[in-house]
Design a protein around this ligand. Structure first.
Ligand code: PEP
Ligand code: MG
Length: 557
């Protein structure tokens, strides 16, 4: 047949190489039978509910230890769903009014509710359809087990089918699993040591299954229909590119093996520092965070055991598509990052569009000096509707983890007053709509000399500073960061830059707020000691540099 490549969507980065196993959906036939004793049947259903809750309690415990408290919450949601009044009422009603068996009542209720959810506008509710199917399947399996001793008169009138996946738990050769769909509980119950990666046909990138895959560090892609003839064939899952390669040729296989080896080496290095605190020899705790541009960067973040996201460059969400990302799209991305980080800090920087980060679909006007032009917070302030959409999405995502907001390109105090005014409007609107959020830390980027110089006053208005040295160097030295011809003049070690950094740290500390660096200078190992001597509290770097910085921090006197 030869090599064949299929394109899907990335759920989680990483490379998996191995034999593919097609997980067929064995059909459980749900019989529709008339029952005689309604109360007995309702009791059977309640017994099954109780067993399902007990199972979920155990799964929840396993999930907490494997993927953390926040990500495990989905199983608490399942426990609540099992006992949901509407669901229970519907099942009981079918048993009572139609004299039908519990299996049929559960399968029908599950189908109806799942359809209801999957037709909803809100992405969050749409994703709940999978959870309904998951709990209904669980109840059906339990009922099937309890039905060994058949009950009286059975009159088969019609058959309903329900999906029932056999789980990858028995000891066997590690495989890439391909299935139409995987539910969250199926995913978390899998034995990770024999699961190399997975490919599914259905399932959104924002589903809990996807979140679990990311948290469990399993390369995964979706949007590809598994074919029975792949079973047992060699395959590669390229979670970075969202591709599945069946029967890769020798050259392709070698390339991926090389890549996988590199990733494993990185992982080994990371493991040595796992559990060790980022603390200097004199005992100061330093936050060593990571910068990310999109959700798929989380792969690297988790692989490097990073303890927080110091800069989520949200503008990349705006740059990926051909239209502005709406509130739902942004909410899904922020929520996913917050959830995947499992309660660790996630600092979302509001969009930093403009200068080199242009949008084809948003006219910013002709500019002589775009780096000094209509960009970042200036757009947010002058086009508040755009800004409010983003703020609403961030506020909503705040419930799913430890989210902070950060504003880029601040130069003046009045900008912060204006931002607070707009935030207040968003808060009032959310309150009116009955939408909740959590209090978040609010910080600003210090990336203009003006902000550095008045950082004593700015510090009174925010919870933290993050120094954006890429722009700070450009504006302080009047050297375009994009122009390679004048690269010699772009000197991050320039005394003017270093003095400004020191000023910002002092002013921040004088007001009792923490100060970090998220520009590229944060990963300059020649400067780490100096920054630590200056009193820096946080360094946020590309995930691949995280380990080197952690090592340096631990060596600092
Ligand atoms: C910076 O300017 O240092 C920064 C972190 O922001 P960006 O590189 O995205 O402009
Ligand atoms: Mg910047």
């Amino acid at each position: 047949m030869g090599m064949k490549t299929y394109a899907g969507k990335t759920v989680f980065g990483g490379i998996a190489i191995g034999k593919i196993r097609i997980e067929g959906k064995g059909k459980t036939i749900v019989k529709r039978c008339r029952i005689e004793n309604v109360e007995e049947e309702i009791k059977r259903y309640h017994d099954a509910m109780k067993k399902a809750s007990d199972q979920l309690k155990k799964i929840h415990e396993k999930a907490v230890s494997e993927v953390g408290e926040v990500n495990a919450q989905i199983f608490e949601v399942h426990m609540m769903m099992i006992e949901d009044d509407d669901y229970v009422e519907s099942v009981e009603n079918i048993i009572r009014t139609q004299n039908m068996n519990a299996e049929y009542a559960v399968a029908s209720t599950g189908d109806n509710f799942a359809k209801l959810f999957s037709g909803m506008e809100d992405e969050y509710f749409r994703a709940r359809a999978d959870d309904i199917r998951d709990i209904s399947d669980r109840l059906l399996k339990i009922l099937a087990d309890s039905n060994e001793k058949d009950s009286g008169e059975t009159m088969v009138e019609e058959e309903k089918s329900s999906d029932n996946t056999t789980l990858l738990t028995e000891k066997q050769e590690p495989v890439i699993l391909a299935a139409q769909e995987l539910t969250p509980s199926e995913t978390v119950q899998m034995d990770k040591s024999i699961l190399l990666g997975f490919v599914t046909q259905y399932g959104s990138v924002n589903s809990h299954t996807a979140i679990l895959a990311r948290t469990m560090n399993i390369p995964a892609i979706t949007g590809i229909e598994p074919r029975p003839d792949w079973h047992g064939k060699m395959a590669v899952v390229d979670g970075f590119g969202g591709e599945l390669i069946i029967e890769p040729d020798e050259k392709t296989l070698l390339q991926y093996q090389e890549r996988l080896k590199q990733l494993k080496e990185e992982e080994e290095q990371a493991k040595k520092l796992i559990g060790l605190e980022n603390i200097t020899k004199s005992g100061k705790k330093i936050k060593v965070y990571a910068n990310i541009a999109n959700v798929s960067d989380l792969y690297s973040v988790l692989h490097n055991d990073v303890e927080g996201i110091g800069l989520f460059r949200s503008e990349f969400l705006y740059m990926e598509g051909s239209t502005l990302p709406d509130e739902e799209k942004q909410f899904a991305a922020y929520k996913q990052v917050a959830q995947t980080m499992g309660g660790k800090k996630v600092i979302i920087r509001t969009m930093d569009i403009g200068a080199d980060k242009k949008l084809s679909y948003l006219d910013l006007g002709e500019e002589e000096n775009p780096a000094m032009g209509y960009r970042a917070i200036r757009i947010s302030i002058k086009q508040p509707e755009l800004f409010k959409t983003q703020l609403r999405a961030i506020y909503r995502a705040s419930l799913y983890g430890n989210v902070s907001i950060m504003y880029p390109m601040i130069t003046s105090l009045w900008e912060l007053d204006k931002i607070m005014e707009i935030e207040k409007e968003v808060q009032d609107e959310l309150k009116e709509a009955g939408i909740e959020w959590k209090k978040m830390e609010r910080g600003i980027m210090i990336e203009t000399p003006a902000a550095a110089i008045i950082s004593d006053k700015l510090a009174e208005k925010v919870d933290f500073f993050s120094i954006g040295t890429n722009d700070l160097v450009q504006y302080t030295l009047a050297v375009d960061r994009q122009n390679g011809n004048i690269g010699d003049f772009y000197n991050p070690h320039h005394e003017a830059v270093l003095r400004l950094i020191q000023t910002v740290i002092r002013n921040g500390h004088a007001q009792g707020i923490w100060v970090g660096i998220c520009g590229e200078m944060a990963s300059d190992l020649e400067l780490t000691d100096l920054f630590l001597d200056m009193g820096i509290d946080e360094l946020s770097v590309a995930p691949v540099f995280n380990l080197a910085i952690r090592k340096k921090v631990r060596e600092h006197e």
